[in-house]
Design a protein around this ligand. Structure first.
Ligand SMILES: [Zn+2]
Ligand SMILES: [Zn+2]
Length: 320
């Protein structure tokens, strides 16, 4: 239902193996996708992941720090050069709009499509992006205002009540097909009403993608309804204690304890400090998570892909 591709998982600066923050979330029923954050170089990552800027329906920027947004203007310009003409929604701090407008003016940039800016501070309601995708904003705690985004995919599925039809002795074939189409049909001098044989099932997938944040508990309420939390885990607790609370990031322990308390079933960690990117560093983060959290978790690498289905099961998708 929701398909995730990590385009950047390094905090602060890009490294040889990881780019700075960006995450693509696609509706698995079609090509519509949402980009959360756009660190420098994101458009190159988008090409490598074979995602099209034409089917991008919204961009969410968690906060104004460069490792989360310096790739945005270049990406918008490239979409224009590729003749995109559909309007694009950008949900971001209002400074992002000012920055894009100033850059467009100073660098002779004229986009052939319109940008629909939504100031994260004003976004108190659920934002409907397409018929099936919607977004909700949650405030976090960081050195500058930072936000998390609920990405919700919702579908209605119509299923024919075949058991009831079999019981009535209605043979498979045209009658079943017509009822499935919503048509009432005559059968053995009886009118079968489609509404009586169609079961409508709502299917929903809900993931929360956080920006930089040193208080995971701010997401407690939002997480009650979520099947997956994607959160930064910049350091282990030992390194965070050494670095101090100034940068306002979360340790693996902080996120793990929060997820455990919430009874969250799935967790993906990202935004790792360069010092945690080698095998030993990743292992230290994984061990700390395992110590405090019993659910299903992954540490994201660039180009990792995951699927979240309607039953709330998260799985890693093997690369071809
Ligand atoms: Zn960051
Ligand atoms: Zn930051």
């Amino acid at each position: 239902m929701l398909h995730f591709t990590f385009l950047g998982t390094s905090s602060g600066v890009p490294t040889l193996t990881r780019n700075v923050s960006a995450l693509a979330i696609r509706n698995s029923k079609n090509k519509d996708w949402i980009l959360v954050d756009a660190g420098e170089g994101t458009q190159h990552r988008i090409q490598q992941a074979k995602l099209s800027l034409q089917s991008l329906v919204a961009i969410c920027i968690t906060h104004v720090h460069g490792d989360h947004c310096y790739g945005l203007v270049g990406l918008l310009a490239s979409a224009g050069m590729n003749a995109r003409n559909a309007p694009l929604t950008i949900i971001a701090p209002k400074e992002i709009q000012q920055w894009i407008e100033a850059t467009a003016q100073l660098t002779d940039l004229h986009l052939p499509y319109s940008l629909n800016f939504i100031d994260v501070n004003q976004a108190t309601q659920i934002l409907r992006i397409t018929d099936e995708l919607s977004i909700r904003v949650h405030p976090l705690s960081h050195r500058v205002p930072s936000f998390a985004f609920s990405i919700i995919a919702q579908y209605t599925q119509k299923k024919l009540d075949t058991q009831a039809l079999i019981q009535l002795g209605v043979p498979k074939g045209k009658v079943w097909g017509d009822l499935q189409q919503g048509l009432d049909v005559q059968f053995n001098e009886q009118t079968l009403k489609a509404v009586d044989f169609i079961q409508i099932k709502m299917q929903r997938a809900h993931a929360i993608v956080g920006g930089d944040n040193d208080r995971p508990e701010l997401l407690a309420q939002a997480c009650q309804d979520a099947q997956l939390l994607i959160h930064e885990s910049t350091y282990t607790q030992a390194i965070l204690d050494k670095v101090g609370s100034g940068p306002m990031h979360s340790s693996a322990k902080m996120v793990a304890e929060f997820a455990q308390q919430q009874g969250l079933s799935n967790l993906i960690l990202t935004h790792f400090s360069p010092r945690h990117q080698d095998n030993a560093g990743q292992q230290a983060i994984a061990e700390e998570i395992r110590q405090f959290y019993q659910g299903n978790f992954f540490l994201a690498h660039d180009f990792d892909q995951f699927g979240l289905d309607e039953t709330g099961r998260l799985s890693k998708i093997d690369k071809p």
